[in-house]
Every structure is written in C-alpha cells, then in structure tokens.
Design a protein around this ligand. Structure first.
Ligand code: KE4
Length: 428
C-alpha cells in the first residue's frame, strides 16, 4: 500500500506543527509508523492522500456515529453557513440543542455549551468546587477527561499512550488537589474519601471507561459511587464526552440506571464540529455566571454551525431502531474479531459496550488501568499495521476505543472480520 504522499506531508507538517499533528494520539507514534493524511470521508470509509481507502473505526474519536458526511448533516450545516458562521450572540439554535440534551440525559436540567470536552470537564470541576466550597477532586487512573491541568494526573488516552500520565508543566501544587483511585475499586474510593472527609468537591468518572481501551463498569461500581457521593455531599460527575449518546440516547446513565449530579458531553452532540457541554441540576447550574458567581466563558460556545450539526445528528439518533441496529452491527464486528483471534490461537481479552469495543492484547482480564497497562503494546502495534494494510483503520493505540457507526454495512463488517482472521494468523 503506497503511503508516499502522507509521509511527505508528515515531514512537511513536522516543520510547522509540533510532532506534525494537532493532537498527539494522531501521530501513530506508539505503532511505529507515519500517520495517514486523510483527504475525505463518506459513510464508514476514509480516503487518504495516496488514494487508499479504509473502513474507519476511529470516527474522529467518537463524533461520527451516523457516519461521515451524512447528507442531512451536510445540507443543514451548509444552510447554516449561508446565515453566518458565528455571531457571539445568543441564537435559537442553542435553545433547541439544549432542550434536546435536557430531554435525553436524566441528570441534566440545565446545560452550558462549550467548544471541547476539555472545556466541559474543566468547567464542571470549577462549578463543583464553587458549589461545595471544597478544593480536592477524585478521578481514576487510566481515565482521561481532556488536558486541563487538574486532570492530567494518571490520565489515559494519549497521556497513557506516550507514558506521560502525569504531564510535565502541571505544577505539583495543582496536582496535589487531585486524588486518584483505581477504576472499578470502590474500596480505593472509600479509603481516599475517609482520608479527605469534607474536602472532596467531586468525583469525576467515565461511566464506561474508553481511554484505557474500553473498560465497562463492574456490577455495583457506579451505584457505589452514587451512594458514596450522596452520603458525603460530593458532586458525582459522569464524564460522558465519549459515552454520551453513544451507548444509549441518554448515555451510560440511562444504560446503567445511575444518575450523577453533573454530566459532561462532547463529540456526538457536535456531529463532528467543535463542541462540548456540561449540565446538571438547576440548583448547581445556576451558580454559573452570569446567574451565579462561578465564571466560565467561550467565544465560540454554542456557535450556529456546531449547534446545527448537533441538532441534525441527535435527530437522526432518535429515529426508531437506530440503537438496535447499531447494537447488532457492533456485536457482529466485535465478536467476529474475537472469534478470529481465538481461531488463530491468539490470546485476546475483548470488551464491548454498545458501539464501543476493544481488543486487549493480554492473556488476563482487563478491569482497571494496571491490568490494561499490562497489555502487549508491541503485539497491538503489529496487529494495527497489519489491519491497516488490509484497509482497516483502527485507533493507533492499545489504550483507545474502536467505534462502530450506523454507516458500517454488512460488507464493511465482513471485510473487517476477514482481515482480522488473516492478521491474527500473520502475527501469531
Ligand atoms: P476533547 O477536549 O478532546 O474534545 O475531549 C476531551 C475528553 C474528555 N473526556 C473523555 C471521556 C474523552 O474521551 C475526551 C477525549 N477523547 C480523546 C480520545 N480518547 C480525544 C482524542 C484526542 O485526544 O485527539
């Protein structure tokens, strides 16, 4: 497969953009190859600058759940553009999307739009601190909530991929307010809460962890967090930037029946345009400026193009049977890959929640960061490159999630499974 133009563009990009990319995990560094430069996409397929095509399981890291260039989304954004890209003034579109989010997500009575998941989690934490008057926050190792200083502590995703879960540049004085527990371990949470009684403003958790690979919550884990937070006056924040509108229309909180105090969103609600959001009870949210004193702002927050793409995308998700069909596609492809590994005698631990799935290269099970970190990342890299050569585009890191879209048809799924069967035999 020819990658000449992508490689030439990567060399060029590295002279003007740090590492040649605008987000580290795109650099293919952990899989030992040059990244592909993508020219365009349609449905479940992406096309690179060398004319190669790939079945896409990254989906822009989650937003493209209805597939790339869905005609309804493209047309609506084109029409919105004719009216103007951004006004820096309120628009009716923001009310429309806010009301759709409020109607969908059990914990949300009011919501504030921002322009990224990082802004959403950073702002939600500030609001939780303002609401409680407490300074400390508790997160989980291997979970990633964007790159705000307070959250780059034992973080997942690219931070884990590049071995900088505790990033340089974050003052120790900031990081000391961030407590870290083990995902799926209520015991580790209880111990930290007891040691920091009345000092923890919030617990922030990915209700389905997607940034150490896909790690589902164990039975009772989310319920336990809910009980601890209710008893201790701690704000429970579900970071649903990835799982929101992904694992169910109402997110993981609908799927598991556990309602947090606040929720952060992103990705899907912008349909591929820059967006984030954070929401919660009226009591908490009205403490946000200008109705309250907790300051938060953004030039492009709620801009008409992102709102339009989000409204159209969520409208498509509400169509009858959308999630049932997506569930069946996702089951087929995830089980097909797992069966291919088993047939080749290759040790693999597979996980899936809805249309998020992961193949862990390990003989053990994976329920938290330590077990995820034990995976054979070199074997993963061989698998990634072999699948890429077969025209399958996976996330370039063991510590990421694969996403299925409504546009992944039977032919794409069959091709993926056949490629996996060939690749596991090759790398075994
Ligand atoms: P953004 O600032 O990248 O929009 O969102 C940060 C974020 C917050 N919370 C969760 C649960 C997330 O998964 C993310 C971002 N996800 C990564 C993919 N693992 C984004 C990809 C990237 O960093 O380029």
């Amino acid at each position: 497969m020819n990658h000449e133009r992508s490689s030439a563009l990567f060399q060029q990009a590295r002279t003007s953009i740090p590492g040649g990319v605008n987000s580290p995990v795109r650099a293919f560094k952990s899989v030992g190859a040059d990244p592909l430069f993508i020219k365009r996409a349609a449905g479940c397929t992406i096309y690179d600058e060398d004319g190669n095509s790939f079945i896409d399981y990254v989906g822009s890291w989650g937003p493209m759940i209805v597939g790339h260039c869905h005609p309804r989304v493209v047309e609506a954004v084109k029409r919105a553009m004719d009216n103007g890209a951004s006004f820096g003034a309120p628009t009716e579109l923001e009310i429309t999307l806010a009301d759709m989010v409020i109607a969908a997500v059990p914990s949300i009575e009011m919501v504030r739009m921002v322009s990224s998941g990082t802004e959403a989690t950073m702002s939600a934490i500030r609001l939780a601190r303002g609401h409680t008057g407490r300074d400390k926050i508790l997160k989980f190792s291997g979970c990633y909530h964007g790159h705000a200083d307070a959250l780059l502590v034992k973080a997942g995703s690219g931070a884990a991929t590049f071995g900088v879960p505790d990033s340089p540049g974050v003052p120790a004085d900031f990081a000391r307010h961030t407590l870290t527990a083990e995902y799926n371990s209520l015991e580790s949470v209880g111990q930290l809460v007891a040691e920091n009684r009345d000092n923890i403003a919030c617990i922030i958790v990915e209700p389905v962890a997607g940034n150490m690979g896909t790690v589902p919550p164990r039975e009772g884990f989310l319920e336990g967090l809910r009980e601890i937070c209710s008893n201790e006056g701690i704000v429970l924040i579900f970071d649903e930037v990835m799982s929101g509108f992904r694992v169910a229309y109402g997110g993981a909180q609908e799927l598991y029946g556990v309602t947090p105090d606040m929720t952060t969103l992103g990705k899907i609600i912008g349909g591929g345009l820059p967006v984030g959001a954070f929401g919660g009870s009226r009591e908490i949210m009205e403490k946000l400026s200008p109705s309250g004193g907790v300051y938060q702002a953004g030039t492009l927050s709620g801009n008409p193009l992102a709102m339009t793409a989000g409204i159209e995308t969520l409208t498509l998700l509400k169509e009858p049977g959308f999630y049932d069909k997506l569930e069946e596609k996702s089951r087929q492809v995830a089980e097909g890959i797992a069966n291919a590994a088993r047939a080749a005698g290759y040790p693999l631990y597979s996980t899936r929640v809805g249309s998020m799935f992961c193949a862990f290269f390990t003989r053990g099970e994976v329920h938290d960061w330590p077990s995820a970190a034990a995976c054979d990342t070199k074997a993963f890299a061989r698998y990634f490159l072999a699948m890429l050569n077969e025209g399958i585009y996976l996330a370039p890191s063991q510590f990421e999630t694969a996403f299925v879209s409504a546009a992944h048809d039977d032919a794409a799924i069959e091709k993926t499974i056949a490629a996996a069967a060939k690749c596991f035999k090759m790398i075994a």
